[in-house]
Design a protein around this ligand. Structure first.
Ligand SMILES: [Zn+2]
Length: 446
């Protein structure tokens, strides 16, 4: 079901940071790109000074619904996504109930459609209840209306090698991918932060890099052995980057993601004992940050995934040891990546489009996202003002989570407009209206 959307003429946007052009959007499609296009009856959007990029695709979002609507809902999380420049998000499976059946993934999918801010692509759990004991109904989730292609027990590692092998074998049947939260649980029991100089000084139980790296090493070998596709969530150490580089050189079908916070923040921040910096995997050292940036720039790491993890304030504003792990990220990702990767000269805007959109859509097998900005393509695109600067204030954000580690920081880059299937969900940097299909979906549900 597709509702007619309007006609919009974007004037003078720099496509992927290149030449300034006009972009005509009609009925959900990029109808024409050129110079001095005639507005006709179109709504004109002045985009002078703005960069036009494909709508961002998040491979790793926690929307918390069903079950933790005090932390986030599909509605609030996808509003945040649209404001952050996203046109699609993958909703992680660790909800309550866990998204381990066709029924739950269809529920999340339908909530996303009814909200109408972005494509919500549910991630299915690998194991029943995330318990790591028996495989969930992967095939039924793949065949459901939600057409699940990514499976993950994120938050918990699939640490049993036999189960991991079976999952990798199973998803081959529908071109799926297993997204692993790489963390050997026996090496991280009770861990509170990165294991290193700072944890030694603070006397907090450390989380060694080898806990992540040993699982990644095992999993790339398993993926090679069964000829399947592996995705590594939130890579956080220099050693992980080396192992993935080695695996790719051998032709193993592995992709990897890095979060914005691991591209900018280090474990030095834990000295404040502010739980806003408590996250899984933990913030690491500056050497790790530099290796992650280099890995993202050279393609070893394929994508930026936010790991957006909103928590109610009572779970974060408490002592370090009791605090929940996780940070919000949807509304700051673009700015952090611009700051860490583009302002440092490590990447161009074209590279940015690859790591935030094109590669992410490919991993999730989303055929109408991450497409080039060309005539005839679906109009999922954003306009960014790269010269804007803003100070992060979580209290003004659309997400219900106030746990942004970037609070108070000045960052570059603002999303001026987000076009989702030809409809502006964001205009002039503020929420506009959801896609008109949403109303039709809601009516259909009722
Ligand atoms: Zn995770």
């Amino acid at each position: 079901m597709t509702t007619t959307t309007g006609t919009y003429l974007i004037k003078g946007a720099s496509i992927l940071g290149g030449e300034a052009s006009d972009v005509l959007i009609r009925d959900g499609i990029i109808a024409e790109i050129g110079h001095g296009l005639d507005a006709g009856g179109a709504t004109v959007i002045d985009a002078a000074g703005c960069v036009a990029l494909p709508g961002m695709v998040d491979v790793h979002t926690h929307l918390r619904e069903p079950g933790r609507e005090d932390a986030e809902t599909v509605e609030t999380g996808t509003r945040a996504a649209a404001l952050g420049g996203y046109t699609a998000v993958h909703a992680m499976a660790n909800s309550t109930p866990v998204a381990d059946t066709a029924g739950v993934v269809e529920q999340v999918y339908t909530l996303g459609r009814a909200a109408g801010w972005v494509d919500v692509r549910p991630v299915g759990a690998v194991t029943v209840g995330l318990a790591g004991e028996q495989l969930a109904e992967l095939g039924a989730m793949a065949d459901s209306r939600a057409r699940v292609r990514m499976f993950s027990d994120d938050g918990i590692c699939v640490h049993d090698p036999v189960l991991m092998r079976r999952a990798l074998e199973y998803v081959k049947a529908f071109d799926g991918v297993v997204a692993q939260h790489a963390q050997e649980p026996r090496l991280t029991a009770g861990a509170q932060m990165n294991e290193g100089d700072v944890s030694a000084v603070l006397g907090l139980t450390g989380w060694p890099a080898v806990a992540e790296e040993s699982i990644i090493a095992r999993d790339v070998l398993l993926a090679q052995h069964v000829g399947s596709r592996l995705h590594v969530c939130h890579v956080s150490t220099a050693g992980s980057v080396e192992i993935i580089r080695w695996a790719k050189e051998r032709g193993i079908d592995v992709t990897a993601e890095v979060t914005p916070h691991h591209l900018l923040l280090t474990d030095d921040l834990v000295r404040s004992y502010d739980p806003v910096f408590k996250v899984n995997p933990p913030l690491r050292t500056d050497a790790d940050v530099q290796a992650l940036r280099a890995g993202l720039a050279d393609g070893t790491i394929d994508v930026v995934g936010t790991d957006h993890a909103p928590h109610p304030s009572e779970h974060k504003e408490c002592e370090w040891a009791q605090a929940a792990m996780g940070m919000t990220g949807l509304e700051t990702a673009l700015s952090v990546v611009q700051h860490a990767m583009i302002e440092t000269g490590l990447m161009t805007w074209a590279d940015f489009a690859r790591v935030t959109s094109t590669a992410a859509a490919k991993i999730g097998r989303l055929s109408d996202q991450g497409r080039p900005i060309e005539a005839g393509e679906p109009a999922n695109l954003i306009l960014v003002d790269p010269a804007a600067r803003w100070t992060v204030d979580p209290s003004t954000m659309a997400t219900m989570g106030r746990n942004s580690p970037f609070k108070g920081r000045e960052l570059p880059g603002k999303v001026v407009a987000t076009f989702y299937k030809g409809h502006p969900t964001v205009l002039e940097g503020a929420l506009n209206t959801p896609h008109p299909d949403a109303a039709a979906t809601t009516a259909g549900v009722a």
